[in-house]
Design a protein around this ligand. Structure first.
Ligand code: PEP
Length: 258
């Protein structure tokens, strides 16, 4: 049974002081909800401080990126080994990294493998651009993104997928629950054909793109959607808490049964 998950991607926001303040505002409320996986993904420089603050709670920690080499002359990069001690999850292949930092399918595949090798759980982001969506090419684009990944079955058993239509990220123009459910259903079918029904049934697939406390229920009520990757709304303690609470009310029983 898939455990519902809400992950907050803080992107390049918050100083260390602000990160501490934000966690302090939501730590207690989040910790009280135990039937949803709650993951905070602050900037690298705040990981250690946030780790200390959530120690002993049910809140999990994630990074927003990773490099695929273990160590060496890669100025400014952060390796899987460095993160393995600090957090459990890592966002890989976010559309902002594909767009602004020219990350290719091949690089993203290497990052996912490098993360899995040290026991980090990747949250692999995929999604189509507006013009691709309007041209009816969503499934083609997603298939390409999924198939640039490794052929090994362990790969899909070890990760979380986030379907994030690029036109919905940070725009206030979320997909509808039905649209997202249909596309995530397609992703699950693709995995089923390639890796088998069991792997497809077990993989947790999130929706991401302008999720707020006002629209989360629309997504969580859909059978294929296991949770959300939340950007902007994860920077507001009350919004994020309301998102997690509603997820718990609508889908929390799944993790209790499982
Ligand atoms: C994201 O950054 O992954 C995201 C979905 O952002 P937002 O919720 O702000 O659209």
């Amino acid at each position: 049974m898939r455990v519902p998950m809400i992950a907050g991607n803080w992107k390049m926001n918050t100083t260390v002081g602000e990160a501490i303040e934000l966690v302090n505002k939501m730590r207690q409320g989040l910790d009280q909800i135990d039937n949803v996986e709650k993951v905070l993904c602050p900037p690298f420089i705040s990981l250690a401080a946030v780790k200390e603050l959530i120690e002993g709670s049910s809140i999990k920690l994630g990074a927003q990126n990773i490099y695929f080499e273990e160590k060496g002359a890669y100025t400014g990069e952060i390796s899987p080994l460095m993160l393995a001690d600090l957090c459990e999850f890592v966002i890989i292949g976010h559309s902002e990294r594909r767009q602004y930092f020219n990350e290719t399918g091949e690089m993203i595949d290497k990052k996912v493998k490098a993360a899995l090798k040290v026991g980090l759980k990747p949250i692999l982001c995929i999604g189509e651009r507006l013009e691709e969506n309007e041209a009816g090419r969503t499934e083609e684009v997603l298939t390409k993104q999924l198939s640039s990944s490794s052929d090994r079955i362990y790969y899909f058993s070890g990760l979380i997928l986030a379907y994030e239509p690029i036109w919905a990220i940070g725009t206030g123009r979320a997909a509808t629950g039905e649209q997202a459910n249909e596309t995530i259903g397609f992703i699950r079918q693709y995995i089923s054909k390639r890796y088998g029904k069991r792997v497809a049934q077990d993989v947790c697939i999130l929706y991401g793109g302008s999720v707020t406390a006002d629209n989360i229920s629309e997504f969580i009520n859909q059978p294929e959607i296991d949770g959300a990757l939340v950007g902007g709304a994860s920077l507001k303690a009350d919004q994020f808490l309301r998102i997690v609470k509603q997820t718990s009310e609508i889908k929390g029983h799944l993790s209790e049964e499982g």
